[in-house]
Design a binder for this molecule. Structure first.
Ligand code: SF4
Ligand code: SF4
Length: 716
């Protein structure tokens, strides 16, 4: 007994020292990051919401359960370990007393039953994980495996470790039944089965097995505990914290303003020599950014949904996080060194790591390759999928900001777009008077705001640059105007007073141009007294609704599909003319994933008689990008398969007559891919991509306009 106590306590003390030293090192590394007072403030002021998030995401495993089989396996393991915490207490109690039982509940049969039930559940969970890993073996599946690029060896060690935790537990409990030391009279069914098998060995052998396996159980738990602090399984400890301090409702929608030292940068006063301009070094990350890096479980869910990765580009959101993490850990001795002398005394390998540029190609030993950085479309699939709420887009944007604002290093073809935004207020560099041309193509008046928006005007229609200036998108604009007019909704437009919202500049990383355009627009909108805005472009919609509040622009913003769906539901628009077509709807990322508008476009399609709606495999939250977001619309796509071609290939799988969407960027990208497919004979000549508004106007126009005495011309 004394030997049992000594060995158990010595093992525990040694493991505690190793694990605590590592945790202290991790804590110091986290503290070396930049302040993020807004994260602490958000937690402080939203305690109820945060408690709910912990309950649903951490304890309820909400995001994990979106993937049914691995989700259930993880939930079984997670809950198993919570319940099995009782058995750890029992194992330590057994070190000191052979007849130990947890006070009060330690002899209740149902407690013994639950412990065994969850031990078996954990076993079932890890067997499932093992099968999943074997079926997705990256050596065989290559890029198609979500574990490609993950540290698979460590994952197998953890699975083996968990197996040993359960195995040693059940064996010592089985032996305890035979020695009479087991506290539960019945209920512990798995332990009873093992006890039955061990019974023929006799009491003294069972006593030896009991001692050996109690110590083995403690040793395995301690070994597992140490391994956790040195591996991706650190997430067991820090994932709840990362979830707690993550953006709510998620890291989608708005981009965050640039901050330096925890304060929002004011470009009039900011100094690149003293202020932090985006992420230029790993130590420019905030502590929350560093927490993100440490929390990654390497599950590869993000990678499996990333359009850049799926089309053969070098960007994997998982590997981006892992590369940043590996660099942070390797540079940590440099960051944590207390003085120049201490830094000078570091090994050359650490000093070389500290010299690496955060973004740079292989020839300069960069941590993140520029091709990785600029491949991102900001589609949000990674953030949506990540079970531990890592905010990939924020990290990518941070690095882009530094590259654009400090290094002036970005894809050259995007520079004319930025110049056009600065000089002309739209990406094409067209004159502001062109913004009114679409109105002259309608046969009714569209009021243009001059000064204040009149009380009789319900909605300000934010047309957007594409909607006003790009031929295909102009058809959508005219369809929306026609439908609002038909429904009797009063609206007005800003016309030449409207400029780009700044979305492409911000997503590129040019926060300076964004803030210039955004401030101008907020001023215009506030002076006009805008209250309710309907936007047709999801990028404008996202920027005005989610980002303009950062600059004092607070409006009620809806997307045109939301407004049109409501008008149909309320009977102000009556789709009566059949459109006998098979139509598949493409979810724009900035409408769907970023802003959760999935249903209204589908409701409109449902209401159009004759339409046969056919979903693509990747739809709604799992929709696949068109390739244009994140300012990718203005960059060449030179690596891998084109994202828009991949999307159209999927759409063609549904054999559609028409592809519908709700975004001018998507219209252009999908339209281009369809044109290429037509010229290679892979798509029928009649196939077209249209906005849901164009579909609706085809069904509504003739009939309802006749009723209201208007022209039946189809603006689409
Ligand atoms: S936002 Fe989209 S493209 Fe960018 S890393 Fe995430 S999944 Fe990939
Ligand atoms: S970033 Fe999130 S989704 Fe991607 S591998 Fe890490 S934990 Fe999984």
């Amino acid at each position: 007994m004394a030997l049992r106590i000594v060995i158990g306590l010595v093992l525990t003390a040694a493991a505690a020292v190793i694990a605590l030293r590592r945790l202290w090192w991790l804590y110091r590394l986290g503290r070396s990051g930049q302040p993020a007072p807004e994260r602490i403030e958000a937690v402080r002021t939203h305690a109820g919401r945060d408690a709910e998030v912990q309950a649903t995401e951490v304890f309820g495993q909400r995001k994990l359960l979106k993937w049914t089989v691995p989700g259930i396996a993880h939930a079984l393991t997670f809950w198993g370990f919570i319940v099995l915490f009782l058995t750890i207490i029992e194992a330590y109690g057994d070190l000191f007393s052979k007849h130990f039982a947890i006070p009060l509940i330690g002899t209740w049969a149902w407690v013994g039953f639950l412990e065994d039930l969850f031990a078996v559940a954990v076993l079932a969970g890890i067997i499932t994980f093992a099968i999943i890993r074997l079926r997705n073996n990256p050596e065989r599946e290559g890029r198609a495996s979500r574990f490609s690029g993950s540290h698979t060896g460590a994952a197998w060690i953890v699975l083996a470790g968990i197996f040993l935790v359960v195995a040693t537990l059940i064996i010592y409990r089985g032996a305890q039944i035979n020695t009479g030391d087991f506290p539960y009279p019945h209920g512990a069914f798995a332990s009873q089965i093992i006890g039955h098998w061990l019974h023929p060995l006799g009491r003294s052998a069972n006593s030896g097995i009991e001692t050996a396996f109690i110590l083995a159980q403690i040793a395995v738990i301690l070994g597992f505990g140490i391994f956790v602090t040195y591996s991706k399984h650190l997430h067991i400890v820090i994932a709840p914290l990362n979830v707690l301090f993550s953006r709510r409702p998620d890291g989608l929608g708005a981009l965050q303003p640039m901050r330096s030292g925890g304060k929002v940068l004011d470009f009039e006063e900011a100094d690149p020599d003293t202020d932090i301009f985006g992420l230029g070094k790993i130590e420019d990350l905030t502590w929350k950014g560093l927490l993100d890096l440490g929390t990654c479980t390497e599950c590869g869910r993000c990678q499996s949904q990333c359009p850049a990765w799926a089309t053969g580009k070098p960007l994997s959101p998982k590997m981006l996080i892992l590369d940043l993490r590996d660099h942070a850990f390797a540079k940590a001795p440099y960051l944590l060194a207390g003085s120049d002398e201490a830094r000078e005394a570091l090994p050359d390998s650490v000093k070389a790591e500290a010299e690496r540029p955060l973004v740079g190609s292989g020839d300069v030993n960069g941590v993140i390759d520029p091709d990785v950085l600029w491949s991102c479309t900001n589609c949000g699939a990674c953030v949506e999928e990540c079970p531990v709420d890592i905010e990939h887009i924020d990290h990518i944007t941070g690095m882009r900001r530094h590259q654009v604002l400090i290094e002036s290093a970005f894809p050259a073809e995007a520079s004319s777009m930025l110049k056009n935004l600065e000089n002309k207020g739209n990406p094409w560099g067209m004159g502001e008077d062109k913004r009114l041309e679409w109105i002259s193509e309608l046969d009714f008046e569209v009021p243009v705001v001059d000064g204040k928006i009149g009380d009789e005007v319900e909605y300000l229609f934010w047309v957007g640059c594409a909607g006003a200036l790009e031929d295909r998108a102009k058809k959508t604009t005219k369809a929306i105007a026609q439908l609002l007019h038909t429904a009797g909704v009063s609206f007005a437009v800003l016309g030449p007073a409207e400029t780009c919202t700044g979305d492409p500049a911000r997503r590129m990383g040019n926060e300076f141009v964004f803030s210039m355009l955004a401030q101008q627009n907020v001023e215009t909108l506030n002076e006009a007294g805008a209250r309710k805005i309907v936007a047709s472009c999801p990028h404008c919609f996202n920027t005005i609704a989610n980002e303009y509040p950062q600059l004092g622009g607070n409006y009620e913003v809806i997307h045109h599909t939301q407004l049109l769906a409501r008008l149909v539901e309320e009977g102000q628009l009556k789709p009566v003319n059949p459109v006998e077509e098979k139509i598949t709807y493409h979810d724009p990322c900035f409408l769907g994933r970023h802003n959760r508008v999935f249903t209204p476009p589908r409701e409109i399609m449902e209401q159009v008689p004759g339409v046969q709606a056919q979903e693509m495999h990747r739809c709604k939250e799992r929709g696949f990008c068109c390739g244009a977001g994140g300012a990718r619309m203005w960059m060449e796509e030179r690596i891998g398969k084109r994202i828009n071609t991949e999307r159209i290939d999927e759409a063609l799988g549904t054999d559609p007559d028409t592809i519908s969407t709700g975004c001018p960027y998507c219209m252009v990208m999908l339209g281009d891919a369809i044109a290429a497919k037509k010229s290679s004979g892979e798509a029928k000549e009649t196939l077209e991509v249209i906005d849901v508004a164009q579909l609706l106007v085809r069904s509504v126009a003739t009939d309802q306009q006749a009723e209201t005495g208007q022209s039946a011309s189809d603006p689409a």
